[in-house]
Design a protein around this ligand. Structure first.
Ligand code: SF4
Ligand code: SF4
Length: 153
């Protein structure tokens, strides 16, 4: 089976590509916490591509280059959109909401709530085909009784 997925820059911190770039073409934008690449400083030495653990750097002809030359290219986190308080373009256009953007802990917490709600909704929608066996019914009755005792205490 063949499959593919967008292999974008993870904006590592510290970023190996930034540490090895000899010309300072790669730098962290501390305001938005993304790793940017200035193609005007790039000499296409490929050091960044060699150390990137995610194989996120590719090489393409510089757009409108004078003279035309190949430079390192990678996701810049849509930093110009972030400055306009917009989410990255890939997040905005993803048809199946496979991408989300935000603070990691908040995204994880929201994901937990979403999954819990899905399970609860699916459970509520089911009507048991067979009643629970007596052994289970006994334990549930015990649980109910224990809850009532605790509420009265
Ligand atoms: S290009 Fe690779 S090493 Fe550099 S920040 Fe992106 S993922 Fe990390
Ligand atoms: S290819 Fe460009 S961005 Fe990458 S390390 Fe070399 S000069 Fe820096």
């Amino acid at each position: 089976m063949h499959s593919s997925f967008p292999n974008r820059c993870r904006h590592c911190n510290p970023a190996p590509c930034e540490q090895v770039c000899p010309t300072g073409a790669i730098a962290r934008n501390t305001e938005h916490d993304v790793v940017s690449l200035d193609i005007h400083k790039c000499i296409a030495c490929a050091m960044c591509a060699m150390v990137c653990p995610f194989d996120a750097v590719t090489f393409h002809a510089q757009a409108n280059g004078m003279p035309a030359r190949t430079v390192a290219t990678k996701c810049d986190g849509c930093v110009d959109r972030l400055e306009r308080n917009e989410e990255p373009a890939c997040v905005e256009v993803c048809k199946v909401d496979a991408l989300v953007f935000g603070e990691l802990n908040e995204l994880v917490a929201a994901g937990r709530v979403r999954e819990s709600n899905s399970v609860l909704a699916a459970t509520a929608a089911q009507t048991p085909a067979t009643p629970p066996p007596d052994s289970i019914a006994g334990w549930r009755a015990w649980g109910q009784a224990a809850a009532e005792v605790n509420e009265e205490a």
